[in-house]
Design a protein around this ligand. Structure first.
Ligand code: NAP
Ligand code: GLV
Ligand code: GLV
Length: 327
């Protein structure tokens, strides 16, 4: 039997691609950057499987360009807002993702951002490197306490719960705006489920952990930012489009909130012309939530295993549209 053909849109860390090559004919997009739209539409032709990244927009046009034999789209990410799942389901194509393995790594980063913005770590490092440190001082680089404060978690799923678990060591009060389906998670970490409005008004730190969906796009806009305490901080490691960046920029410039720490943006990558670059009360990192060596290698294994399972007629461990696999 001829080997299945798989298009992989970027080199992945670890040995997972060797495993894929042992079973399939692999076409790998080389280089540091994603394939252009034209390259994607061209290279996907005739493929049975597609292993893609969150930087690749996979819509019906890409699926049709691949052809009717395309069976599986395996995303190297837990978030799958880059894939038009409905279009895949309509075409009988399985979509898979990489949940779980990156939960703690991403929660660690949310905490790194929270601590960095609260204690002005980036500013302090820049200050020292610029040779500005003259003496210990009672008023040098005063930040805000983290311990004992109120942490508001938007979306108590896997990562939200892992962030809350870490907060217990800081003796924080935890509140959450989330769905009823997350009640058990909330109870497990002693978090009270509250309406979003109350979370915005009462939290000292707000960390976003919902997926990007029709409902969550623009969930935090001018009105919501206006409800936050002027002393509160916003941390976003979920997806940029959940926050209205124009409104956030304005709130930060006018010091209507204390600060923000971001891993994700409406349009990635951002450059030095990004509106928030000049502000001291922000910490900005380039979408590195799951970026530990261990986790990125595990994600590669998972993405390859999911893809191979579907190609071999088995159930993948992490289906997004399980209904396709039933038929
Ligand atoms: P998850 O376990 O599915 O958690 C998301 C939670 O949000 C779910 O419990 C979900 O409830 C809830 N939710 C969905 N829509 C909501 C709404 N409108 N209002 C309130 N709650 C809502 O996913 P996860 O593994 O924690 O990942 C969360 C997101 O983090 C991913 O989708 C991804 O976008 C992002 N992420 C970013 C990075 C990074 O590198 N920065 C890394 C990993 C993940 P239901 O289960 O009822 O839908
Ligand atoms: C990263 O952003 C992911 O969704 O895995
Ligand atoms: C600070 O270094 C202190 O001893 O209080």
């Amino acid at each position: 039997m001829a080997k299945s053909k798989v298009y992989v849109t970027r080199e992945l860390p670890g040995n997972a691609l060797d495993k894929l090559r042992a079973e399939c004919e692999v076409e790998l997009h080389e280089g540091e950057l994603p394939p252009s739209r034209t390259e994607l539409l061209e290279n996907v032709k005739g493929m049975d499987g597609l292993l893609c990244l969150l930087t690749d927009k996979i819509d019906g046009e890409v699926m049709d360009a691949a052809g009717k034999q395309l069976k599986v789209i395996s995303n190297y990410a837990v978030g799958f807002n880059n894939i038009e799942v409905k279009a895949a389901t309509e075409r009988g194509i399985a979509v898979t993702n990489t949940p779980g393995v990156l939960t703690d790594t991403t929660a660690d980063l949310a905490w790194a951002l929270l601590m960095a913005i609260a204690r002005r770590i980036v500013e302090a490092d820049e200050f020292l490197r610029a040779g500005k440190w003259k003496s210990w001082s009672p008023t040098l680089l005063l930040g805000t306490d983290v311990h004992g404060k109120t942490l508001g978690i938007i979306g108590m799923g896997r990562i939200g719960t892992a962030v809350a678990r870490r907060a217990k060591g800081f003796n924080m009060k935890i509140i959450t705006a989330t769905r009823e389906s997350d009640r058990e998670n909330a109870e497990q970490v002693g978090a009270e489920i509250v309406p979003l409005e109350r979370l915005l008004k009462e939290s000292d730190y707000i960390s976003i952990h919902v997926p990007l969906t029709k409902e969550t796009r623009g969930m935090i806009g001018e009105k919501e930012l206006g409800m936050m305490k002027p002393t509160a901080y916003l941390i976003n490691t979920a997806r940029g489009e959940i926050v209205d960046e124009k409104a956030l920029t304005k709130a930060l410039q006018e010091k209507r909130i204390a600060g923000a720490a971001l891993d994700v943006y409406e349009k990635e990558p951002i450059g030095v012309d990004y509106a928030l670059i000049g502000l001291k009360n922000v910490v900005l990192v380039p979408h590195i939530g799951s970026a530990s060596k261990e986790t990125r290698e595990k994600m590669a294994e998972m993405a390859v295993d999911n893809l191979l399972a579907v190609l071999n007629g088995k159930k993948p461990a992490n289906p997004v549209n399980a209904e396709v696999l039933k038929s």
